[in-house]
Design a protein around this ligand. Structure first.
Ligand SMILES: Nc1ncnc2c1ncn2[C@@H]1O[C@H](COP(=O)(O)O)[C@@H](OP(=O)(O)O)[C@H]1O
Ligand SMILES: [Mg+2]
Length: 272
């Protein structure tokens, strides 16, 4: 199974690369990178003594920064973010009728952000367009000093590893990944943040990311768009396409991997 960047017609959640406006990708990267700088500053200002205060300041200030920039520079667009998802208006229910929706996670891997020395946390900014799906996105990994984006290619390495490394949640590794570990002789690699895990796949640090048991659209939209744009596989763990800007943003499971690992991994996680 291979998920080349497709279109709504092929069931893939991303549009063909030529459907993206380069200005939107640049804007996504500037926003993710800018929020990342801010999050690094907040870490430096507050320190690690009060984890709860650090998490909450990071989340709120990054979210305010991102929503402020979208409102100022893309005033006609709607937003789906962890904050304000239930409200009416632009940052709320208006997104269901909108043609352009920014799907934002201001701080993914909040737990890891509050732990000194950890770099597995991220900022996600993705653009969804009606009839096209995800067209532009960026994922910043501020503590790793990189921002990955849909207009760059992160090539799939030529060789498939004999013992695949599968990234899983540090705190909630799913039974499906443990099943794949046994079936494929894989190695599980615990890591925080959905964005950091997907970016570890496209960087070749691991070969797959298996998640199940709960997540929301903002946790995966930007990382999945970046992965699909470079020809990696990204679907639900039953192989179905990931769909974004749905009325219920709950999107509980995810499989991202090199295309030639998709079939064996899907079989393993589904117990075939
Ligand atoms: N069972 C679950 N229910 C809801 N969200 C979950 C979840 N498991 C993981 N997530 C979310 O997915 C992101 C990555 O999690 P993990 O590091 O455990 O893999 C985190 O996002 P946030 O940090 O933005 O809250 C986390 O909250
Ligand atoms: Mg998140």
């Amino acid at each position: 199974m291979h998920d080349a960047p497709g279109s709504a017609a092929t069931g893939a959640p991303t549009a063909a690369p030529e459907a993206a406006d380069p200005a939107d990708v640049a804007f996504a990267a500037e926003l993710a990178g800018g929020a990342g700088e801010l999050l690094l500053q907040i870490r430096a200002e507050l320190g690690f003594g009060d984890a709860r205060a650090l998490k909450s300041a990071g989340d709120l200030r990054a979210n305010d920064f991102l929503l402020g920039r979208v409102a100022a520079e893309r005033p006609g667009d709607a937003v789906l973010s962890e904050e304000g998802k239930g409200e009416a208006g632009r940052v709320g229910t208006e997104r269901l009728d909108a043609d352009r929706v920014w799907i934002i996670d201001p701080l993914d891997g909040t737990r890891e952000y509050s732990e000194e020395g950890r770099d597995d946390w991220a900022v996600h900014v993705a653009l969804w367009q009606r009839g096209l799906g995800l067209t532009a996105a960026a994922v910043a990994l501020p503590a790793q000093g990189v921002t990955l984006r849909t207009d760059r290619v992160y090539p799939v390495p030529a060789e498939r590893p004999a013992k695949p490394r599968i990234a899983v949640s540090r705190t909630r590794p799913p039974a499906e990944a443990v099943a794949a570990e046994a079936a494929l002789g894989a190695e599980l690699v615990p890591m925080g943040s959905a964005g950091a895990k997907v970016m570890a796949v496209v960087a070749g640090t691991v070969d797959a990311y298996v998640h199940a048991g709960g997540q929301f659209e903002w946790d995966s939209a930007a990382p999945v768009a970046v992965a699909l744009a470079s020809g990696w596989h990204a679907t639900r763990i039953d192989g179905a396409p990931l769909r974004y800007n749905e009325s219920d943003p709950y999107l509980p499971d995810l499989l991202v991997c090199r295309p030639d690992l998709a079939e064996p991994l899907l079989a393993a996680v589904n117990g075939h």
